[in-house]
Ligand binder design. Structure first.
Ligand code: NAP
Length: 257
């Protein structure tokens, strides 16, 4: 019940999918959670659900690609809750395209959300967290697509691989600086969320494609948002106090083959 009791957690992209599940789970385990997203309607619904279940949560609209938004969000979080202990840099997008046909515009869009967003979130969280006397954790949501590749996901592969090694650089910096901040990445396999559903809709028959993707996971099916949320909970809690610069793969065995 109280694995992250007393911690203040910020979750980006918290309006749906993995971010919403993570916000719900962290709140149910005692954290006070600030959710941010571009999607205010669903973000506020998640906050209402958390409150109904007895948790503490609030919502702010944020575009993670904009540095001024980050300054406002972190300032508001510290003003509202006193400090920031956990950040989950979860907001992310995927645009299909190969190395040969991806328009530069799509490449930039993917890099802006998936890489600039994670960089800015990590940078501003470090600046806020290093003043804390308590322990702190930065969790960057990458993907198995950082470790293996897909011909049709050139920009996504590059962005998530960038998140993977940027996370290690940030972890080393925090450790060398003597900050009580751990920094880790999480690498989901396919998880059934609006992002994946939208991607499959563009490719064709969603039902058939879902079955095909299920079969690519040795465990026999795609994951659920909670499967990732439980990994994030571990990294957010002090149970993982010796874990930094690490990558947690949660993928039903996808990349073990
Ligand atoms: P999702 O269902 O699409 O939810 C992501 C949320 O982030 C959406 O509410 C989205 O809002 C928001 N968002 C997008 N751009 C934003 C921005 N610039 N600023 C703030 N919020 C923004 O995605 P998900 O599947 O839960 O994925 C969450 C993370 O896990 C992503 O980083 C994704 O790459 C990663 N991941 C997912 C899977 C998977 O299979 N689902 C696998 C590996 C990794 P809009 O809907 O309004 O755009």
């Amino acid at each position: 019940m109280n694995r992250v009791a007393g911690k203040i957690a910020l979750v980006t992209g918290g309006a749906k999918g993995i971010g919403a599940a993570t916000a719900r789970l962290l709140a149910s385990e005692g954290a006070r959670v600030m959710l941010t997203d571009m999607d205010a309607k669903n973000g506020k619904l998640v906050v209402a659900e958390i409150k109904k279940a007895g948790g503490d949560a609030s919502f702010l609209t944020q575009d993670v690609t904009v540095e001024k938004d980050w300054e406002r969000v972190i300032k508001t979080c510290v003003k509202t809750y006193g400090q920031l202990n956990v950040i989950v840099n979860n907001a992310g997008i995927g645009i299909a395209g190969t190395a040969e046909d991806t328009p530069l515009e799509d490449w930039h869009k993917v890099m802006a959300v998936n890489m600039d967003g994670v960089f800015l979130g990590t940078k501003h969280a470090i600046r806020a967290m290093k003043k804390n006397k308590t322990t702190n954790s930065i969790i960057n949501i990458s993907s198995i697509e950082a470790i293996i590749a897909d011909a049709g996901l050139a920009a996504y592969n590059a962005s998530k691989a960038g998140v993977r090694n940027f996370t290690k650089s940030a972890a080393l910096h925090c450790a060398a600086s003597g900050y009580k901040i751990r920094v880790n990445s999480v690498h989901p396999g396919y998880i059934w969320t609006p992002l994946v559903e939208g991607h499959l809709k563009k490719l064709g028959d969603v039902k058939k494609l879902r079955k095909d993707i299920d079969a690519m996971h040795p465990i026999g099916h795609m994951g659920e948002p909670d499967d990732i949320a439980y990994g994030v909970l571990y990294l957010a809690s002090d149970e993982s106090k010796f874990v930094t610069g690490s990558e947690l793969v949660i993928d039903g065995g996808y990349i073990a083959r």
